[in-house]
Design a protein around this ligand. Sequence first.
Ligand SMILES: [Zn+2]
Length: 273
Amino acid sequence: MLCEGVIWLDDWFAVEEVAPGVIAIGEPRFHQINWNYLILGTRRALMLDTGPGVRDISKAVRSLTTLPVTALPSHMHYDHTGGLSGFGNIALPDLTVLRACMQDGWLMPTDDLYVGYWEGMTWTPVKPASWLPIGSEIDLGGRRLRLLHTPGHSPDSISLHDRDNGILFAADFVYPGKLYAQIANSDLKSYLDAAEALLPQLAEATTILSAHGKPDAQRLHRAPRLARQDVADLAVSLRSLKASGERPAQWPVNDRMSLLLSDAAFLSWQEPG
Ligand SMILES: [Zn+2]
């Protein structure tokens, strides 16, 4: 079930060291095939996304590092925040849409941000310990990550850019397969703007690590990798979709990705100005 270089941590979590100090923790038995990323510095570690919470990912993380770990969700969707409450130190991107979800110190995302109702998942309230400004640098010791706002799939989506090591952790902004832009709060203007803002920041050789994988032709799993060209293709695809004036339910990006669409995602393109 796993590609060479990917090993089972137990009967649920698969791990792959995709680069020195970057451990992908996959859940290939979950139908969404989530991949979460444990990013290690010399002083502390960052856990980007915590899976759907079918199993306790915090235990898996504790078996992989003794460093203090901060959990950061790439966005609020249930398949990225399911294990968040297992972490004692939670950071959130400082976005208005997330600040608006705070109730007496507890994070309580709206149904349309969490979308747990898709699979009958229920939110476990958490208390964020810190709010990270967009554009700020997260210093793990010997590794710096730039926090980028990359909305489109959802308004609260972020990516992390490890420029020194040529890695972009893009979560659900781009991944191999059908990109979800048909869901509540998806927005194509944001998607295109974010892709165009991202491109000049990415070196040609950047490895893009995504949050949803796809088995290969042999049905084997590994952490999903994309390239800068995939973001460039996404921008071209969105520009041509906008120019076409069409409202399709699906739109091709390249041979690795396509966009799933709904009428609501087009609304911001219809606004004057
Ligand atoms: Zn998502």
